[in-house]
Design a protein around this ligand. Structure first.
Ligand SMILES: NC(=O)c1ccc[n+]([C@@H]2O[C@H](COP(=O)([O-])OP(=O)(O)OC[C@H]3O[C@@H](n4cnc5c(N)ncnc54)[C@H](OP(=O)(O)O)[C@@H]3O)[C@@H](O)[C@H]2O)c1
Length: 325
């Protein structure tokens, strides 16, 4: 075995060019830890927030938070066979050939789930799980608005909504993306750049407006969401693709019908004892059952990491992207 691994590192916040592929000593697991040799690395928009410093990290830092592979070494007190197939999510430093993390943070993988599938679906699927089952629990029959419906989280949301008998109205930036969202279960997807988008969306909502808007676009769609929500509706803000919402005004929430505004994060749910195990098992079961097909539409090598971020930020991707170390 080589005594070094390749890993992506940033020493300052900035553009994709700040990410460098460097050689690092093979990390050694301490007590309670394991080293996973990664076979597939997941790509999430949060990786770009880490790179730019929107979500600050201590520098220098690794990047990437998701992957899947095999246990290669274990620290004291860990009773896990080498070669065990696992996935990891919200584990900073996953843009690498190998990563060390606590054994308790591992997600066991059934043999029916490929490494690429796992690395692509878990973080995004668990996000849809909490959005649909906790942030604004859906029962079936609702008509909801979901932005960026052809993205990684978006295509999973379309399929999950169809499974729950929920009418998901999506938005996306191109006709091709809209067609993709609809083929994955969106009831209807409209162009996000449409002139007067609110007027296009209102006839698609139940009388009075949408009961919930799932918004990961942020700055560009904040006012639109307020406008198309029904009285007492919920604005579930879960991302910043266009930039962070600068300020949420209680007056806006009042004037648009006593709205609720919430800003959930997967990290909060992962902090609830037992939640990760239960939610990851649910997502993997939906993949096994064929409810969720994992659309991996972009594949890159680790040395192409700058292009990964350029494509994501240029809105040039659909579904999930994977890096092969
Ligand atoms: N809070 C949480 O727990 C949590 C967890 C996971 C993901 N998220 C959020 O969920 C969203 C989706 O994540 P993902 O990894 O699956 O990414 P993604 O949806 O595959 O990519 C982001 C998409 O956002 C849309 N977008 C709209 N305005 C944009 C802009 N100005 N610049 C770039 N993209 C823009 C683009 O779709 P169009 O071209 O169709 O507009 C783009 O493809 C992200 O905002 C992410 O931060 C939140």
């Amino acid at each position: 075995m080589k005594n070094s691994i390749k890993a992506v590192e940033i020493t300052s916040f900035g553009g994709p060019e700040n990410m460098q592929l460097v050689d690092k000593p093979v990390p050694v697991p301490g007590p309670g830890q394991v080293r996973v040799r990664l076979a597939a690395i997941g790509v999430n928009l949060i990786d770009t927030y880490h790179r730019t410093g929107l979500y600050p990290l201590n520098l220098p830092s690794g990047l990437g938070v998701e992957g899947a592979g095999e246990v290669e070494a274990v620290g004291a007190g860990v009773d896990l066979p080498l070669g065990t197939r696992v996935a990891l999510t919200l584990a900073l430093g996953a843009y690498a050939e190998a990563i060390v993390l606590p054994a308790t943070a591992l997600i066991p993988l059934p043999v029916s789930i490929g490494f690429e599938q796992a690395a692509a679906v878990l973080l995004k699927g668990m996000t849809v799980d909490y959005l649909f089952n906790d942030t604004f629990p859906l029962k079936g029959g609702e008509t909801v608005l979901f932005h960026a419906a052809a993205g990684g989280v978006g295509l999973i949301a379309c399929q999950w909504a169809r499974h729950m008998n929920v009418n998901l109205i999506g938005t996306a930036s191109t006709d091709k993306k809209c067609a993709l969202a609809e083929s994955h279960g969106a009831k209807k997807c409209v162009l996000s750049g449409a002139q007067n988008l609110a007027e296009t969306l209102k006839p698609l909502a139940p009388d009075g407006g949408f009961p919930v808007v799932y918004d990961s676009v942020g700055k560009d769609t904040y006012h639109l969401g307020l406008e198309v929500l029904a009285p007492l509706g919920t604005f579930a803000s879960f991302g910043n693709a266009s930039g962070a919402i600068e300020a949420v005004s209680p007056q806006d929430l009042a004037a648009n019908g006593s709205l609720n505004f919430t800003r959930p994060t997967l990290a909060t749910y992962m902090g609830i004892p037992g939640w990760m195990q239960q939610s990851s098992a649910k997502v993997l079961q939906l993949v096994e059952d064929g409810v969720l097909s994992v659309e991996i539409n972009q594949r890159y090598g680790l040395e192409e990491v700058q292009r990964v971020h350029e494509d994501l930020e240029a809105r040039a991707t659909t579904g999930c992207s994977i890096i092969t170390p």
